[in-house]
Design a binder for this molecule. Sequence first.
Ligand SMILES: [Zn+2]
Length: 274
Amino acid sequence: MPELPEVETITNALKKSLVSRKIINLEIFSPKMREPLTPLADADIVGRSIIDVRRRGRYTIIELDNLGAIIMHYGMSGVVRIEGSEIPKRKHEHLFFHLDDGKILKFECTRRFSLVKYCRLEQSGATPTELAFLGAEPLNDDFNGEYLYAKSRKTSGNVKNFIMNNEVVVGVGNIYVAESLFSAGVSPLRQAKSLSLSECDKIVESIKVILKKAIAAGGSTISDYRHVDGSEGKFARELQMYGRAGEKCVKCGAVIASCRIGGRSTFYCPKCQK
Ligand SMILES: [Zn+2]
């Protein structure tokens, strides 16, 4: 599942190719996704120019010149590509946006949990109300130790689920929560309510450092994630905790433990993470 660094990488690549392009046609091959794609056919999309492409949480927002926007969420296996029309349609490509330069923006999703939806914006640059529920952007200044500490007072769950909650902070999923909590020395099994302010400071700092490194490396390719050009993200080889159960901790040499939290694999060092 793409997390923030992957969606940032995808979104930046889309921005380079899409801004000032006009959408001249839309083809829906198979409408079934998280929400049906059919309303896109009736939306005010064809004939519109793209004026901006930006990210909010794990969503890409493609803003059109009519205060409309196409929002995309990549679910478990969503992939976007921009290609020429000479490349044949792949089996799980459900949606094509034809552009005025002859290229096609193609949306592929094998597991159909992705979302592509048309929204209205109150003003240019705004986030659609459909995404108003999203919490802090982890790289913004308003995501800080005090913010996380205040939020943690009102929660009853463990630290891992708390950090992965999109209403607290967006885009930190199973991979980057493992790396960030390891770096901060905090166990994912702890009650979020038991965090101190200085631990919240450390967690926030770790999240920012790791996300920035991952963005610089073009994200982590674990399974389906690919860049818009089909290449793989390079951060996976730098992961110190995620997917390393049974290996030795790089800090202390203890064996990395794993368990399941909320059905997701969870990795931690029982010695370094308290
Ligand atoms: Zn350790």
